[in-house]
Design a protein around this ligand. Structure first.
Ligand code: R5P
Length: 296
């Protein structure tokens, strides 16, 4: 059987090492550099011909740079005879999975095409934004769920009493329902709308059974914080005791953390698909156990 090695990219050093540890696989010798003018460079220092390489690289901010590093490394690995699986814990552009306004590009489809052209044979990601996004890949892609790990962590470490689980919008319902089912808690969905031009988020008013409750707001991504803020303000205005934000990918762009604090979000919990201060939940075992099934 071909030897498998792991290459943690600069965006996912710790997570990549942790996946390698869990699978008992060696790391590959390589160097990623950024020149002062912003150009990227990739240099391999080990032979890879005939090997399977698990290239672990999230594509959070700076998204284009991290994506380009992934493409560059994959291209070189393939040129030198390796079979590349791209493990992309946070997959940038996954929200651009359809044309919302005339003239817009379906950028995720283009990203899939770039990966394929760069020699990626398979992609493994964590909680892709939508199932539709998977269909834009003409080669194998799997999305591993971090929801069981998040539910377990919240139960053990935050231990809210008698909580209500809330999806801030229709798109996140399935994910949130799965969380609520694992938790054994009631599930509610808010009717969020986003202005496609300004990006502004609003939640349509409806009466919710949240009075005196701890509310867990579950989302795949926190970016500007606008979605969770709208959900938190809605439940706090209806008498909720605490708003707790739980997400897979914590991007926290600009003043997102401030925005959430001002909206009375008491606790924020994310996974380490994107490294950061709130990335308490480790997804390396979820990724490793999925990779074991592929290997088998
Ligand atoms: C949108 O459909 C996503 O699931 C997230 O709700 C969204 O990307 C969060 O972005 P922001 O924090 O900027 O509202």
């Amino acid at each position: 059987m071909a030897e498998t090695v792991v290459l943690p990219g600069p965006a996912s050093e710790d997570l990549g090492r942790s996946v390698a540890d869990k699978l008992g696989l060696p790391l590959l010798g390589a160097e990623f550099r950024i020149f002062p003018d912003g150009e990227s460079k990739f240099t391999l220092s080990d032979k890879v011909s005939g090997k399977n390489v698990l290239l672990v690289q999230s594509t959070h901010h700076p998204a284009d740079q991290h994506l380009f590093q992934l493409l560059l490394a994959s291209h070189q690995l393939s040129e030198e005879g390796a079979k590349v699986t791209a493990v992309v814990p946070y997959l940038a552009y996954a929200r651009q999975d359809k044309q919302f306004l005339p003239g817009e590009g379906v950028t995720l489809g283009f990203v899939a095409h770039l990966m394929r052209s760069a020699g990626v044979r398979r992609v493994v990601t964590v909680d892709i934004h939508s199932a539709e996004g998977l269909a834009l890949f003409s080669f194998p892609i799997n999305s591993v769920s971090a929801i069981p790990s998040l539910a377990e962590y919240v139960k053990e470490q935050v231990a809210p009493r008698d909580p209500v689980v809330i999806a801030p919008d229709f798109g996140g319902s399935k994910r949130t329902e799965a969380f609520a089912a694992l938790y054994g808690a009631p599930f509610l969905r808010l009717a969020k709308t986003r202005d496609r031009v300004s990006g502004e988020v609003t939640v349509a008013g409806s009466r919710l059974e949240v009075e005196g409750k701890d509310v867990l707001i579950i989302d795949d991504i926190i970016s500007t914080g606008g979605t969770v803020r709208a959900a938190a303000e809605t439940v706090m205005n209806q008498g909720a005791k605490r708003a707790i934000a739980v997400c897979v990918h914590g991007l926290f762009v600009g003043s997102a953390i401030d925005i959430l604090e001002k909206a009375s979000v008491k606790t924020i919990i994310c996974t380490n698909t994107v490294p950061g201060v709130f990335s308490q939940v480790d997804v390396s075992e979820a990724i490793a156990s999925h990779l074991r099934t592929i290997e088998e």
